[in-house]
Design a protein. Structure first.
Length: 287
């Protein structure tokens, strides 16, 4: 009877140890994969991130939004002409140079609207160059090594079933929290790209007001696009800080304390990534 109970005890012990090790190793694999994907995706331009979605947005912008932008541009330039005439005392004090200024301004406005996509993509080409240059300086190795967990297994083998059960529940909770955090990181990165596509689809309308003194829609739009573009740089800085922190973790002695430290760093990373959008808009005075 004692031998049967001892065999059951050993079986449960081995089962719990394997479960704890599986939870811990799986947690690291999920986090490492998600953070690595962030570092590789933020440097992509909208056209490189998903060419199918980019083509859809470009076609919608050119076929649906561009005619509306043309109407707005016509209204804006007509308003500018009327305002210029009124300011000059109904042509009583109207130098011929003003009409040439208005023609030149109209030409520039038409050129901007008809080249909306090259202008917008140029912003992201510049930001991509900055991100790629920063990648050579910032440490992007965010992998948390699990090679030292052999000693962890040895320490688990010396515990009784009650302690192992508590550690198993703890490791399950940590793994569940890390999965939620990886989803948050996914939402931040993909949400930024969706926001870029949405703003790009309406680009001709705000750019149609770029030359108008009374309206600041175009200027605010450019600031917002710059903020979105250079948010990628701030994300890379966050990844670099996270990489330095996780590489300082030593999984020995108190492995679960180190694991909880990794959880804390990942929570900090999520919080910092959420703040990059607001911080970038603040820097570029976009609203």
């Amino acid at each position: 009877m004692d031998s049967i109970l001892e065999a059951i005890n050993e079986w449960m012990q081995a089962l719990l140890i394997d479960g704890i090790m599986g939870n811990v190793e799986g947690m690291f694999d999920t986090v490492n994969a998600e953070v690595s994907s962030v570092a590789s995706q933020v440097g992509m331009t909208p056209s490189a991130w998903n060419s199918g979605v980019f083509s859809l947005i470009q076609n919608l912008s050119n076929s649906v939004i561009m005619p509306i932008a043309g109407l707005i541009l016509t209204f804006v330039m007509t308003y500018e002409l009327i305002q210029m005439i009124i300011d000059r005392n109904n042509l009583n004090d109207f130098p011929p140079s003003d009409i040439f200024k208005w023609i030149m301004k109209t030409f520039i406005a038409v050129t901007i609207v008809t080249n909306t996509f090259p202008i917008v993509m140029g912003i992201f080409d510049v930001s991509q160059s900055v991100v790629n240059s920063a990648a050579g300086v910032i440490i992007t190795d965010t992998s948390v090594s699990v090679d030292n967990l052999d000693t962890f297994r040895t320490s688990l083998e010396a515990m009784n079933i009650g302690a192992l059960l508590g550690l198993y529940l703890q490791s399950f909770l940590i793994g569940f929290c890390m999965n939620i955090l990886t989803i948050c990181i996914f939402i931040i990165v993909y949400g930024r790209m969706i926001e870029i596509y949405l703003m790009t689809s309406l680009a001709p309308i705000p750019l149609a007001t770029m030359t108008c003194k009374e309206w600041n829609i175009g200027q605010n739009y450019i600031k917002s696009m710059l903020a979105l573009a250079f948010q990628a740089f701030l994300i890379m800085v966050c990844i670099g800080i996270y990489a330095v922190l996780v590489q300082s973790i030593v999984i020995s002695g108190e492995p679960f304390a180190a694991i909880w430290t990794c959880v804390g760093y990942t929570v900090l990373l999520c919080f910092a990534l959420f703040k990059t959008g607001t911080l970038s808009k603040t820097i570029f005075s976009a609203h």
